[in-house]
Structure formats: C-alpha cells, structure tokens
Design a protein around this ligand. Structure first.
Ligand SMILES: O=C(O)c1ccccc1N[C@@H]1O[C@H](COP(=O)(O)O)[C@@H](O)[C@H]1O
Length: 216
C-alpha cells in the first residue's frame, strides 16, 4: 500500500527539510491566526518553494472567505486545500471551482454518527480528513492532539479516500495504520516539543514508524 504521509503545521526550513528528507508526501501550512502554527502567506511561500517537486504543499484554512483564500493561493500556490472548518458541501464546491485545486474536507469525529456527513462530500471533495472532535472549550478546530476510536472506521465504507489525523504520534501511528488502513495519515502536535515547535527527532521518528507500518 502507498501511504500518503502529511506533516502539518510546518513553520521553519529545518523542520520542513526533516519532513522532506524523512519521506513525507505532503507538507501542511496553517493559516489560522489563533493557532501556534499559523504562518503568514509570504513565509509559507518560501517554504513551499523549498518543497516544490518533493512533496505536495497543503494550505490549511478554517471557514476562510474568498479574499483570504485568494491571498493565500496567490502567495504560495498550494497543491491542495484542506478545509478544516464548517464548510458546507456548497461552499466546498465553490472553493474547488474557484481555485481548480484538489480539496480535502476535514470532518470532526467522535462516534460513527460523525462519519454520516461524509457522503455529502462524495462528488464534491477529493479527500476527507478525519480528525478527532476538539475538546470542549478548545480554541482550535484541529491540532489538539486528541485521538478518536479508529475501530469505527473498520465498519464504515467512506465515499472518498481519507487522511487519518488527530493525536497521532510516533508511538501510536503504526497501530492507527494497522486498524484503519487509511489512504494517508496526518500529524501536527504529535511531532512537537512544545505547541507550535516541531521536533526534528520526532518528525523523523514519526515518518520511519509510519513507513515501516505501511509496508507491514
Ligand atoms: O494544527 C493546527 O494548529 C490547526 C489549526 C486549525 C485547523 C487545523 C489544524 N491542524 C490540523 O489538525 C489535525 C490534527 O492535529 P494533531 O495531530 O492532533 O495535532 C491535522 O489534520 C492538522 O492538519
């Protein structure tokens, strides 16, 4: 199986290079001012250039309006958009048509009921991204380091390939892959030393654990 591996919330060249050298297929940049991983479009553009030809650059946004998306897309030309808010199927369709880019729609998951809306995005998004529901009172819709019960994915046929995310780290990614068999995995806080600061050692450990599990 070819597993896509996304390292998200990158802000610096050394950590981007760790992700690229370790074999990440996707690198993610967060455009959400409340996040400790937020980057300015111009900074993301420089990182994106460094990744060009080596990994897909993903712009992560949360209920962004057209002007915000225009600024991000024109500054850094992402390969993919990750919509991590409450974007409706109509809004996802509009964004995909406006930019002509593949879209991953994030869904917040706690129980199998939370997978039901996936069908609404079947002909509209290119991928799903299944993240755990944020804890009550959390400031962020993602990047909270929370897992959900991966076994619910065994009994549910989803209409699109999906990235599994939420609370993954070097110590649990192999089990997550074994249970869920996702098309891709995505990590942010699980490869950080403190929120917003990636650890090169953890990035390498995550990538090698994920690559080994994908081969098993
Ligand atoms: O990481 C963030 O700060 C963030 C902010 C706003 C939307 C999404 C965000 N990150 C995404 O959250 C998931 C899971 O993160 P974690 O591994 O549990 O920390 C991941 O898909 C990130 O792309």
């Amino acid at each position: 199986m070819t597993l896509s591996i996304k390292i998200c919330g990158l802000k610096t060249l050394p950590t981007l290079n760790a992700a690229l050298d370790g074999g990440a297929s996707h690198v993610g940049f967060i455009f959400f001012p409340k996040s400790p991983r937020n980057v300015a479009p111009t900074d993301a553009a420089a990182l994106r250039e460094a990744a060009r030809g080596r990994a897909q650059a993903v712009a992560v946004t949360v209920d962004a309006d057209d002007a915000t998306l225009d600024a991000i897309v024109s500054a850094m030309s992402p390969d993919m958009l990750q919509l991590h808010g409450h974007e409706t199927p109509e809004r996802v369709k509009e964004i995909r048509a406006r930019f002509g880019l593949p879209v991953a729609k994030a869904l917040s998951v706690r129980t199998s009921d939370d997978l039901v809306p996936a069908r609404l995005y079947a002909d509209i998004a290119d991928h799903l991204l299944l993240d755990a529901k944020p804890p009550v009172g959390a400031d962020l819709p993602g990047g909270n380091g929370v897992t959900f019960d991966w076994t619910i994915l065994r009994d549910t046929a989803l209409p699109l390939p999906y990235f599994l995310s939420g609370g993954l780290h070097p110590g649990n990614v192999a089990e997550a892959i074994r249970i869920a068999r996702p098309a891709g995995i995505d990590v942010s806080s699980g490869v950080e030393s403190v929120p917003g600061t990636k650890s090169i050692g953890l990035v390498h450990a995550f990538l090698s654990a994920a690559r080994a599990a994908a081969k098993a």
